[in-house]
Structure formats: structure tokens, C-alpha cells
Design a protein around this ligand. Structure first.
Ligand SMILES: Nc1ncnc2c1ncn2[C@@H]1O[C@H](COP(=O)(O)OP(=O)(O)OP(=O)(O)O)[C@@H](O)[C@H]1O
Ligand SMILES: [Mg+2]
Length: 242
């Protein structure tokens, strides 16, 4: 039975899609079968972050209505074991059938080691749907106090699902002073820490070039995302590369 990870945030633009794509790529490169689902109905962009804009990617409602099976999904052009279901274009968030979506996720847990749900920003219907289907929630925030507080508020809406916080776009200077950073973060939020990812221009550059982050760089955000992926597989990974 695969793990289902929901990437959520309070505020938009914290890096859910970028980190979901980066982690999915690493997990697949580690030999796991990974299915990514873009839930940003109307504003989908996970295909860009994964470098799959040229592939014929199925929308999730096709699998949800059992009009096709996961064996029909297109392979990632560069990374085996990595698959994407995109968000339908002409559907409103409140039109997504929550029961049918969760039933689809439950069925596909038999076929994949990890299912990664890329939620839209905020705490609306699709946020709740992601939480309901998830086996673990990943709250993506920035490292400044205001964004951390916002992440903590999103965390309060999660209920009793296991959840960890993933702090993105940390100032590289702060990233070097990790001890203090972790202390500050723990003061601000009441969730265990999944990882810290530094600000790194390779994140937008890789999406712009249509190439997954870990195929563009081995340092900075790419290295942090790889360590987060190892933690998600219950493998040891220090907060910072030695
Ligand atoms: N670690 C990082 N370093 C530099 N830029 C980053 C980093 N993480 C994300 N970004 C950039 O921040 C922007 C927003 O990222 P992304 O689309 O992943 O956020 P999101 O949380 O999915 O947004 P939304 O809430 O709109 O879905 C993008 O331009 C992305 O390239
Ligand atoms: Mg997004």
C-alpha cells in the first residue's frame, strides 16, 4: 500500500508544485513507483515543473471515472517509474467529486509506492480533499515569521493526520546557520520538521528549461530535496550536506 503525501500551504507561491516535482523525481530515481496528481484545477502547472509539457498527460477525472486505467499513463521522458495525472481544465474546484477522487487514490495505492498530491493554495475544498486522501501532509512554508505563522495556521486545519513542515526558499545565509534557524522554526510552528530547502535560482531555471531540478543541479535546493526524499523513505539524511 503506497504512501499518499499532500503538499499544502496557507499562502500561495510557497513552492508546493516545485518541491512536489523535485521530490517525485528523486523518489522515482530511487526506484520507487511514483504518481503525481495536480489538483490545482484551472491553474495546473505540475507538468511544467516535472518537464512533461510535451507528453500526452491524462487529467485525473479520466481515472476517477474509470474511463481509463493507470496503465495508460504516459512515461516520464527521462525518468522511469514517474507518472503524472494533470488537473482537468474545464472543472471548478467545487465540481470535483470528493468521494470518487478518494476512491481513485485508494485504488492507485495498490499500484504506486508514493502518490503525491499538489494542492492549490489556501484552505478551500481541494485543500480538504487532499487532507482527507493523504496518509501524510506536507505543509510547505517560507522561512520568515509571517509565512511560518501562515503555515502554522494551515497546520491547525489538518486535524489528526500525520503532518510535517517543509521550509522552502530559506536565505542561503540563514541556511548556513542551521542550528539557529531550526530553533526559530520550532518556536513558530508546532509540527515536526521534514526539511529545509534554500533559495536557489536552479528551481525556476529548471522549470523554464523543462528539465527536472535534480537533473540540472546536485547542490543547493536539489541536494536538500534529495535528502527530504530519503527521509520520506525512512532513510537517514542529515539536515545539511556535510
Ligand atoms: N527554493 C526555491 N528557490 C527559488 N525559487 C523557488 C524555490 N521554490 C520555488 N521557487 C519559485 O517560486 C515560484 C512559486 O513556486 P511554485 O509554483 O512551486 O509555488 P506553489 O506553492 O505551487 O504556488 P501556488 O500556490 O500558486 O500553486 C516559482 O517561480 C518557483 O520557481
Ligand atoms: Mg502550485
Amino acid at each position: 500500500m503506497g504512501k499518499v503525501l499532500a503538499f499544502v500551504s496557507g499562502k500561495g507561491g510557497t513552492g508546493k508544485t516545485s518541491l512536489c516535482a523535485g521530490i517525485a523525481t528523486c523518489l522515482a530515481a530511487m526506484g520507487k513507483r511514483v504518481l503525481c496528481v495536480d489538483l490545482d484545477v484551472g491553474l495546473r502547472n505540475l507538468d511544467i515543473a516535472l518537464g512533461m509539457t510535451e507528453e500526452a498527460v491524462l487529467p485525473f477525472d479520466c481515472l476517477m471515472r474509470e474511463e481509463c486505467s493507470s496503465s495508460a499513463l504516459s512515461d516520464h521522458p527521462r525518468i522511469p517509474n514517474l507518472y503524472l495525472l494533470t488537473a482537468p481544465v474545464n472543472t471548478l474546484p467545487e465540481e470535483v467529486d470528493a468521494d470518487a477522487f478518494c476512491a481513485m487514490v485508494l485504488r492507485e495505492r495498490e499500484n504506486f509506492d508514493f502518490i503525491l498530491l499538489d494542492a492549490p493554495a489556501g484552505i478551500g475544498v481541494l485543500f480538504r480533499l487532499c487532507i482527507n486522501c493523504a496518509s501524510e501532509v506536507v505543509v510547505v512554508t517560507g522561512g520568515d515569521k509571517a509565512t511560518l505563522r501562515d503555515g502554522a495556521r494551515a497546520a491547525q486545519m489538518i486535524g489528526d493526520k500525520p503532518a510535517r513542515i517543509l521550509v522552502n526558499r530559506l536565505d542561503p545565509k540563514l541556511f548556513r546557520r542551521l542550528g539557529e534557524t531550526v530553533d526559530d522554526i520550532m518556536d513558530e510552528v508546532s509540527l515536526p520538521l521534514l526539511g529545509l530547502v534554500p533559495e536557489d535560482r536552479n528551481v525556476p531555471l529548471s522549470a523554464y528549461g523543462g528539465k527536472p531540478l535534480v537533473l540540472c543541479s546536485r547542490k543547493g535546493a536539489a541536494s536538500a530535496v534529495l535528502r527530504v526524499s530519503r527521509r520520506l523513505c525512512d532513510l537517514p539524511a542529515p539536515l545539511k550536506r556535510k
